[in-house]
Design a protein around this ligand. Sequence first.
Ligand SMILES: NC(=O)C1=CN([C@@H]2O[C@H](COP(=O)(O)OP(=O)(O)OC[C@H]3O[C@@H](n4cnc5c(N)ncnc54)[C@H](O)[C@@H]3O)[C@@H](O)[C@H]2O)C=CC1
Ligand SMILES: C[N+](C)(C)CC(=O)CC(=O)[O-]
Length: 321
Amino acid sequence: MTFITNIKTFAALGSGVIGSGWVARALAHGLDVVAWDPAPGAEAALRQRVANAWGALEQQGLAPGASPQRLRFVSTIEECVKDADFIQESAPERLELKLELHSKISAAAKPDALIGSSTSGLLPSEFYEGSTHPQRCVVGHPFNPVYLLPLVEVVGGQHTAPEAIQAAIQVYESLGMRPLHVRKEVPGFIADRLLEALWREALHLVNDGVATTGEIDDAIRFGAGLRWSFMGTFLTYTLAGGDAGMRHFMAQFGPALQLPWTYLPAPELTDKLIDDVVEGTAEQLGSHSISALERYRDDCLLAVLEAVKTTKAKHGMHFHD
Ligand SMILES: NC(=O)C1=CN([C@@H]2O[C@H](COP(=O)(O)OP(=O)(O)OC[C@H]3O[C@@H](n4cnc5c(N)ncnc54)[C@H](O)[C@@H]3O)[C@@H](O)[C@H]2O)C=CC1
Ligand SMILES: C[N+](C)(C)CC(=O)CC(=O)[O-]
């Protein structure tokens, strides 16, 4: 079974936060991009998002011929996918919607064009159930902003061919990404299970009046957040065990897991909790607009990526090590 991996035309369905991030990444890699989104005003919003991202992409380096002008917005699903070499769906996170959309996408697409879904945690076996040629269908779960963050989790469903997983990994690599094959199909995959655990605890801390949203963000950004950009939890905690390493760490800090410090179930999303979170984050945002904050985030990310790359090289490592 072979699938198209040398892609020239990228199709994006759904052009909100994530779809527009894919569009910007694909354009920056010198591809032709065709996009579709049913919302009124979607084309203008997409072009605005791409323009907002373009400065960061220029700083990172564009592929020869890369241009926002190579984006074509079309009015039907069929027109969007029929000539595409690779298709990425970024529609709202609703199982029924994705199920119906994928039956239309896959029926109109070339049979050897891979189809990826940006879902954050729905199961591909479920939403590709009605798809034509489901062996080429995968999840390619990205991270926001998609045009800068390298990670993409690649997950297959029960009908996905192993060759399709490998081919999708190849395509995502050609877009400058760092694919992580999630070998077992589980809800939330790997990264969102971790992120959701943190998010749940953060909401409990607000709900219990322990800290404001700003204080919780400070607890992350001045501490673990800084080290997470180059070293994950396991290696970090190996160092926390000193010369005795992980075995000593487990003996010393493992029992605290039983105390417990954390709650597993999520807090109830009461109106008060939602108001506290919305008002807290509005205060953090201050007078900055969302697009100004996006540009600030992108500048920080570019600087961090560059610093990590250079420091690793100094220690004889590659960025992906
Ligand atoms: N926002 C995030 O941080 C992340 C989201 N994702 C996933 O990406 C997908 C899209 O999420 P967002 O971009 O955040 O949502 P969004 O709400 O920003 O964008 C969704 C877009 O889909 C469009 N849409 C509505 N009905 C549609 C249909 N039937 N077919 C195609 N498009 C349709 C909407 O008009 C909208 O532009 C979801 O599956 C989500 O789980 C993945 C990683 C991160
Ligand atoms: C909140 N979220 C589940 C949509 C987050 C993601 O899927 C990944 C990210 O960018 O944090």
